[in-house]
Design a protein around this ligand. Structure first.
Ligand code: QV4
Length: 484
């Protein structure tokens, strides 16, 4: 369950938060496929409660009404067509699976597919679930439970959401049927929402009943779905991330916390020389990593001072470090702009989602940020693909916050987070020649719209990253995007 089964030569997943299925399909064909992206995490595809009393917040999608594939993102046909088109473009789809709970706290009770429920009776006829499918007696997770009481974290309700009992045979069957339907349609795996709130033993039973990935969508025979479990564990938790790594991959929230700190100047970059398990991060193969996610970019979940698109310069640097470094399976966030942390995505007065528009410079409009279309970010995805399975060598630092390293003989990157210029002759590990810095520009014919780096026969080159440059890093690699 720890292999994302990306198509050959690809890496990196992007969370297209709240995108419509038709738009994702188009994005696979026009952008993600051609640019070498590996996959997409999509918003929950199953029917959720419509919450007009909060003006259709983003979080209504975390309140399941049924497993019908009917949401603001699209219907079942559109879903199937998206998965087909993306797989054809070489881009995998990963589903955010909300299997811990069902909706049940508001006066409204109509779902995005028109189904209803009787919350007082714990009745969800469109699944169907009834009273016996939930944990009893009803209880609510209290803040202190996260420190003391694993059984309360697992058996009580998260934010009052009706807590399914995954040890019930009927519940297991409904969940497995739902997930296997998606696998049949060609998805490559799942984010397991709120995994901390479910018993590892129950999850194991569910995972083991999942089908192999669909060979008709280009997966090798016998391939298991990629599973990454959402467990927030910054230390001091009654439920530990280590209880879940024997099952499948786990979200590593410390990753974004520490890199956000370092790239905002709270830690010298030289300490990143041993980035990985020595920082008390999970083993690399167990770890799904990101700077921000849809929760902590807006103060939900856990972890303060997370970098987001709003602090774009250090954010781009933290993302570049994530993509340049071999540790973990990286995930990018692709956001819509927001001030109000509860506000839903761009929508019209009926609550229907508004598609991103694409500007002539490849950025997005209509309220969408599309970080995955920022030059410094998509070019680093290509860097990562070229770097492949190489490790880090020729680490250099100035004893402060100027660092540089090679990825085998495939790529080189330097960062300057000091308040003075970086001007050094450094080993790049690349063959002699001229390279286009993929951070400050793009290759255009055999010239570069940004900085050009000339590597000598000894692999060394003069590297300059000014303290006031637009970006704090410079990256070159052996791939077509950089070699002049
Ligand atoms: C309110 C009160 C509760 C009360 C309840 C019932 O706050 O105290 O018990 O009413 O009267 C929304 C509202 C929340 C409301 C709840 C129930 O924000 O105020 O409770 O609905 O209707 C997202 C949002 C939540 C949102 C939820 C469901 O973050 O705010 O709750 O969706 O719509 C922990 C977990 C971790 C979790 C993280 C946020 O360990 O698993 O908190 N992260 C995942 C998702 C996240 C999602 C959920 C879990 C739930 O990433 O986006 O929560 O599916 O760290």
């Amino acid at each position: 369950y720890k292999n994302p089964h990306y198509a050959p030569g690809r890496s990196t997943m992007v969370h297209l938060f709240e995108w419509k299925w038709d738009d994702i399909a188009a994005e696979c064909e026009r952008w993600l496929g051609p640019r070498g992206f590996g996959g997409i995490q999509i918003s929950p595809p199953n029917e959720n409660l419509v919450i007009w009393t909060h003006n259709r917040p983003w979080w209504e999608r975390y309140q399941p009404m049924s497993y019908h594939l009917s949401t603001r993102s699209g219907n079942e046909q559109q879903f199937a067509s998206m998965v087909r088109r993306c797989n054809n473009a070489g881009v995998r789809i990963y589903v955010d699976a909300i299997i811990n709970h069902m909706t049940g706290t508001w006066n409204e009770n109509v779902g995005t597919g028109g189904n209803t429920a009787n919350f007082g009776q714990f009745s969800y006829p469109a699944v169907p679930y009834g009273r016996n499918d939930f944990n009893w007696p009803e209880c609510y997770i209290q803040p202190n439970d996260y420190r003391c009481c694993p059984e309360r974290v697992r058996n009580c309700q998260l934010s009052g959401l009706k807590d399914l009992n995954q040890s019930s045979e009927h519940v297991r069957r409904m969940i497995v049927d739902f997930m296997n339907r998606l696998i049949g349609m060609g998805v490559a795996g799942f984010r397991i929402d709120a995994a901390k709130h479910m018993w590892p033993g129950d999850l194991r039973v569910i995972y083991d009943r999942l089908d192999n990935l669909n060979t008709a969508h280009g997966f090798p025979s016998g391939a298991r779905p990629y599973i990454y479990q959402e467990v927030i564990d910054l230390g001091g938790e009654a439920v530990s991330r280590d209880e879940y790594t024997p099952l499948a991959a786990v979200t590593e929230f410390k990753f974004g916390v520490e890199l956000s700190r370092a790239f905002q100047g709270g830690n010298q970059l030289r300490w990143l020389v041993n980035w990985g398990p020595q920082w008390n991060l999970l083993a690399s193969a167990d770890s799904l990593v990101f700077i921000d996610n849809h929760d902590n970019q807006r103060g939900h979940g856990a972890g303060g001072n997370i970098l987001t698109y709003k602090l774009a310069r250090p954010y781009r640097a933290a993302i570049a470090f994530m993509l340049a470094h071999p540790y973990g399976e990286p995930q990018l966030m692709s956001s819509y702009g927001f001030q109000n942390t509860e506000a839903g995505p761009p929508m019209d007065s009926r609550g229907d989602l508004i598609s991103p528009s694409i500007n002539s410079d490849n950025t997005c409009g209509n309220g969408w940020i599309c970080e995955h279309r920022w030059r410094q970010i998509f070019q680093m995805v290509a860097f990562r693909n070229v770097a492949g399975s190489t490790t880090i060598n020729d680490w250099w630092d100035n004893g402060s916050s100027q660092i540089a390293f090679c990825r085998g003989g495939q790529g080189f990157i330097a960062f300057n987070n000091d308040s003075w210029d970086l001007n050094q002759t450094l080993q790049t590990c690349l063959p002699a020649g001229r390279y286009c810095d993929v951070i400050s520009g793009v290759k255009s014919g055999n010239s570069c719209t940004g900085k050009t780096v000339t590597v000598g026969n000894d692999g060394r080159a003069h590297i300059s990253v000014g303290a006031n440059d637009y970006d704090m890093m410079l990256a070159i690699h052996r791939g077509d995007e950089s070699r002049l």
